[in-house]
Design a binder for this molecule. Structure first.
Ligand code: ATP
Ligand code: MG
Ligand code: FE
Length: 333
């Protein structure tokens, strides 16, 4: 079974060919990071235009690298949402045009399902499982009993973890995207600043990061007013530790309470070295099987979309040519 995946939800133009849901034959990613960096964030119109310029070439390259022809492909899987609507539209339009021209089935994929399935390309997911999804737009604990079935245990009530990383990085005058920079600084510092952790209600699997972000903002502001020097490496370490404490402990509790066998890390913040180390340690202590995506599959890519799309294909979840991008697409209907 060969699935062509297409992903254009944000600032990566990507196409991939995946065999049997697990074997990545190609995963071509064209990042626009350089373009958006000077604006300090992704500019939607610029992203859309870049996708238009690149998409055809990227799809061709993905087929070439996989050494397959379009006629060998069984279905075209595309990110329908969530994301930037103008960016999503380019991928959806390309997928529909290909489906129309070749008569191949079209499979609409939820971006977050894709992030979870990135792990499936390394080692098959084992159900039931709990996934900690931590990305630029999402922070959720998802329960999966089988392929294509998602139940939400909790989600962020305000900022996503990645968003908090990026906003705090901006306060610290670090370049966009800030997550990797905080990670790098945190490794050199000590968590010596006192910052809050939002545990919320004892039984809750929800998250909240805006209070933490405000605390960092106040700390920076007060230090500037008093003309005190800020130890940036220690501030980065303190912030990162505060985020990770909550992410790690809620994930472990979710696994224990649901009695599942596997914890699956997903989304761009999965690249965080502190998060990877601490989850490995805690899961080892608790005897929990942990899946962590390799760094190249943490951020947005089309292979994860093709992998998730494979199981939707097998379940007969197809779209017709009226398929539309949905910026706010829900994972759970
Ligand atoms: P979503 O997947 O929710 O639609 P997105 O696609 O924009 O959002 P991703 O591409 O999955 O998000 O991830 C990008 C996020 O990951 C950014 O917020 C970035 O700062 C963060 N990130 C990347 N590497 C690291 C790291 N090493 N430490 C912390 N955060 C990181
Ligand atoms: Mg991105
Ligand atoms: Fe993403």
């Amino acid at each position: 079974l060969l699935i062509l995946g297409i992903e254009t939800s944000c600032d990566e133009t990507s196409a991939s060919v995946v065999h049997g849901g697990t074997e990545c034959l190609s995963n071509v990613i064209s990042s626009q990071m350089d373009v958006h960096k000077k604006f300090g964030g992704v500019v939607p119109e610029v992203a859309s235009r870049r996708h238009v310029e690149r998409i055809t070439l990227i799809i061709q390259k993905a087929l070439e690298e996989a050494q397959v022809e379009m006629e060998d492909i069984d279905a075209i899987a595309v990110t329908q949402g969530p994301g930037l609507v103008g960016a999503l539209l380019i991928g959806v339009a390309a997928a529909k045009a290909l489906a129309y021209a070749t008569g191949k089935p079209l499979v609409p994929v939820h971006h977050i399902a894709g992030h979870i399935y990135a792990n499936h390309l390394v080692e098959p997911l084992t159900f039931p499982l709990v996934s900690l999804v931590v990305s630029g737009g999402h922070t959720e604990l998802i329960y999966m009993e089988r392929h294509n079935q998602f139940r939400r245990l909790g989600k962020t009530r305000d900022d996503a973890a990645g968003e908090a990383f990026d906003k705090v990085a901006r306060l610290m005058k670090l370049p966009y995207p800030g997550g990797p920079h905080i990670d790098r600084l945190a490794m050199q510092g000590e968590p010596s600043y006192e910052l809050p952790r939002a545990w919320l209600e004892p039984e809750s699997f929800d998250f909240s990061f805006s209070g933490l972000k405000s605390a960092v903002m106040n700390l920076v502001h007060n230090a500037n007013q008093r003309k005190e020097e800020i130890r940036y490496v220690d501030l980065a370490a303190s912030f990162q530790t505060a985020v990770l404490d909550v992410l790690v402990e809620k994930s472990i509790r979710a696994v224990k309470e649901t009695g599942v066998g596997q914890l699956v890390l997903a989304g761009g913040v999965s690249a965080n070295s502190g998060l990877r180390i601490r989850l490995l340690e805690r899961c080892k202590e608790e005897g929990i099987r942990l899946a962590i995506p390799p760094l190249e599959l943490c951020t947005d890519n089309a292979a994860m979309i093709a992998a998730a799309g494979t199981y939707q294909f097998l379940d007969g979840q197809f779209a017709d040519l009226s398929l539309n991008a949905d910026a706010n697409l829900a994972l759970i209907k």
